[in-house]
Design a protein around this ligand. Structure first.
Ligand code: HCA
Ligand code: CU
Length: 380
């Protein structure tokens, strides 16, 4: 089995999340960190949207200095493909829906043959511009398999290097995606095969692993799973899974945690303490029974050695007094040092609303809320 490669789409799919957009500077920071995380390609933006987006994508291309390639997103239209070529990105990701749902709602009057012609033309156009091409049937999981296979075959014949199965609304289950990927793999032979999986049913990660086993060799991710609605496959959790299953080498834990925190702040989302690996509680043991057992032999309650992520396990954390009802968003338990950070006030990631010392623990329980846009300071 080939080593699976990761294309991280934080700077494209993640821009389609509720938390807002990434500035040029933020995009560059994130792209450079992604390059240090073993990601094979950075998917960034949709240059056809306008000049600002085109500028953001070219800035990321320049900053990466060819360390890893950039892929820009494009509809199956010459203008969109041209914009990607202008950005300097090496790859274009062309997508087109070919099922009755997308045809009726977005391309009334277009026959399937018209759409197939558009695939042929846009892929050829991209090849003429010197771009490498990934082709995606949008909403592939709700598209008739034969139709998807035909669309892919047209794209590959026109020079696409990779096709992508898109579970645009996150409906697949592991057993089903395995069947679909096997059919796609049989049809595309040795060509690269990617999967782009939304998490609407909470199955994106399970589907990614099933797809890998069935023959997909590229997985599309984003940091913190950021994306439309419930998002897509989470990058750092996937990396941890690959380390666990396949012994794949991990990037430095500090880089992963920093990336997660950074993208969390840039996307105005509260930290997810329970997120695998990078969450504050990912390696915290609470029950006395667990704490005692882990003290003797960590393996008793650990799936993987936190030292592999450069993290120390945390023992204890409870019992704490119940949090009063009126305490608002996400009251976490933090150290005195972290409290000083939160006291720094507006311009920070959160606005501190209330704080309370937890007796005997040296820690504080705080209430905070996500700042309104006008409360964000410079640098955020
Ligand atoms: C979108 C849809 C997409 C495309 C994926 C791809 C999806 O937001 O435009 O081009 O590979 O989920 O189908 O993200
Ligand atoms: Cu998507």
């Amino acid at each position: 089995q080939r080593q699976v490669k990761i294309i991280d789409a934080t700077l494209r799919e993640g821009m389609q999340s509720a938390g807002g957009t990434f500035s040029v500077e933020q995009s560059i920071e994130v792209a450079l960190q992604l390059a240090g995380c073993g990601v094979a390609t950075v998917e960034c933006g949709h240059p056809g949207i306008g000049s600002e987006e085109l500028y953001r994508v070219s800035a990321v291309v320049d900053a990466l200095e060819g360390r890893i390639p950039v892929l820009g997103h494009a509809r199956a239209l010459e203008a969109d493909v041209d914009a990607v070529a202008k950005s300097g990105a090496e790859w274009v990701g062309i997508f087109l829906g070919v099922n009755p749902l997308s045809m009726a709602s977005r391309m009334p009057g277009c026959s399937r043959d018209d759409l197939f012609r558009r695939i042929e033309e846009s892929v050829s156009c991209a090849r003429e511009r010197g771009l490498a091409v990934r082709f995606t049937v949008e909403d592939g999981s709700r598209t008739d398999l034969e139709v998807m296979l035909e669309a892919n075959a047209i794209a590959l014949a026109a020079g696409a290097a990779r096709v992508c199965l898109s579970d645009t609304v996150g409906i697949l289950e592991p057993t089903r995606i395995a069947e679909v990927v096997q059919s796609l793999r049989a049809a595309v032979g040795q060509a690269d095969l990617e999967v782009h999986l939304h998490d609407d049913r909470g199955l994106a990660m399970a589907n990614a692993l099933a797809a890998m086993d069935a023959g997909a060799n590229w997985i599309s991710t984003s940091v913190n799973g950021l994306g439309e609605r419930a998002g897509i496959v989470d990058l750092t959790t996937l990396l941890a899974n690959l380390a666990y299953r396949d012994g794949r080498e991990l990037p430095a834990g500090e880089t992963m945690r920093d990336l997660s925190r950074r993208v969390g702040a840039y996307s105005r989302s509260a930290p997810d303490d329970r997120r695998p690996v990078v969450g504050a509680n990912a390696f915290r043991h609470v029950a006395k029974l667990h704490v005692t057992a882990v003290g003797r032999d960590p393996e008793t309650y650990e799936w993987i050695d936190p030292a592999r992520f450069g993290v120390e396990r945390v023992l204890g954390g409870n019992p704490l007094p119940p949090v009063p009802n009126e305490w608002i968003v996400n009251p976490p338990i933090i150290s005195a040092e972290e409290l000083r950070y939160h006291r720094a006030g507006p311009g920070d990631r959160f606005v501190l609303v209330d704080e309370r010392f937890v007796p005997g623990s040296g820690q504080y329980c705080i209430a905070r809320r996500i700042p309104r846009l006008d409360e964000y300071g410079a640098g955020h």
